[in-house]
Design a protein around this ligand. Sequence first.
Ligand code: TRP
Length: 455
Amino acid sequence: MATPSSSRGTWNTKIGFILAAAGSAVGLGNIWGFPTQVADNGGAAFILIYLFCCLLVGFPVMVAELAIGRRTQKNPVGAFKALSNGNKFASLIGYWGVLCGIMILSFYVVISGWTLAYVFEELFYYFNYDTAALYVGDLGNGPKNAAFTLFFMLLTILVVTGGVSKGIERATKMLMPVLIAILLILIVYIMTLEGATDGLAMFFMPDFSTVDGSLLLSALGQAFFSLSLGMGALITYGSYLNKKQNIVESAAYVTIFDIGIAIIAGLLVIPAMFVAQAAGVQIFNPETGDLFSSVTLVFDVLPEMFHNVGGFIGMLLGVTFFILLGLAALTSSISLLEVPTSYVIDEHGVQRKKAAWLVGGFVGIIGVVVSFELSLIDLFVEIFNEVGLPLGGLMICLFLGYFWKTENALLEIQDGYPTVNDGKFRIFWIIMIKFISPVLIALVLITTIWTLFFA
Ligand code: TRP
């Protein structure tokens, strides 16, 4: 079982895997999700809790997923079957992951489609094609949304049919440094504008009076979403991992990197929100203090900023930014499609190409429905992201801790990290996986269900 079968790809290089996992992590979650959640949940207090969720729950679960994946060399359904000798309940964890992957991808492609549409919006705006700019920039236009959604779905399918190292690894390599550079340039610019300091205050001064059960769930769900955890994406990526790679070290890099990009994006978007507000764009409802629209916030605020910069430079920044965001979304959406696809390949013996088109086509259809009915995004986020992913993470912790057993996982982790059983990481990880993470997740989920149904 230790050697991958010839049909199963592996990552070419150590850095290749880290880039692919980081590519999966960094996406709309960082640049669209995180800043919006920060704004929605009162700022710095949310950020602190989010950091705790990433480090204390996300990072250990990431190690767990990678270990399960590399051990079994399988998709999530096959992996839980293999480790439990075909136990029905255990494979349910895998099926739940496949379902979450499909449903999350179905709204992810819609938002990614907006990103692509805004590349054109910036161009049309610059060349004074005002009607065209308004048309592609209209997030409520169903047919236009559907077209961009399907186009993005197509790109995702094409990369996934390319297979692991050719498609996914290559797609990620160039992107990150440029994305970071452009975010930093924009941060410097936005700080010179009126209103930006109000954004900084929101970002850095915690107000713990806003902390409640729903904020905890949002922070936990956001951590799972941003790190690509809870549905087996990293089980699948781990299944392409070679035995020389240090799983713990890789997971640490990916976690830190993902947090870093979210913070940088927040430092841009939150001040940009307040700048837009100072310029008369309606962001917060003055009566309730809530955001007017969280789903579309980033697409209201950022183009406003690029138009503000104005001229050729504004257009160039805008176009580059949305292209890069689209590519970041692509390296994430491929990991979402990879889960159900690898399930169909492994468990139903379908060829990669056919499997990717089959699953991708199905997701595309749901995506079209979402394109017309945007309120589904909030609904899907609540069910599959905020509840679904932490629930998946909870089951992964319990399965690993009490069924497969942490000792066995640690044996797997030893490959590539020979001293893991001597150091402090071992204790930390066992305590997190067996006790702290499951208890925290369960508490948050119970609180949520309680407030949903009984309060
Ligand atoms: N992490 C990605 C983002 O931040 C989204 C994503 C990709 C994801 N793969 C995933 C979320 C798997 C949950 C599970 O945009």
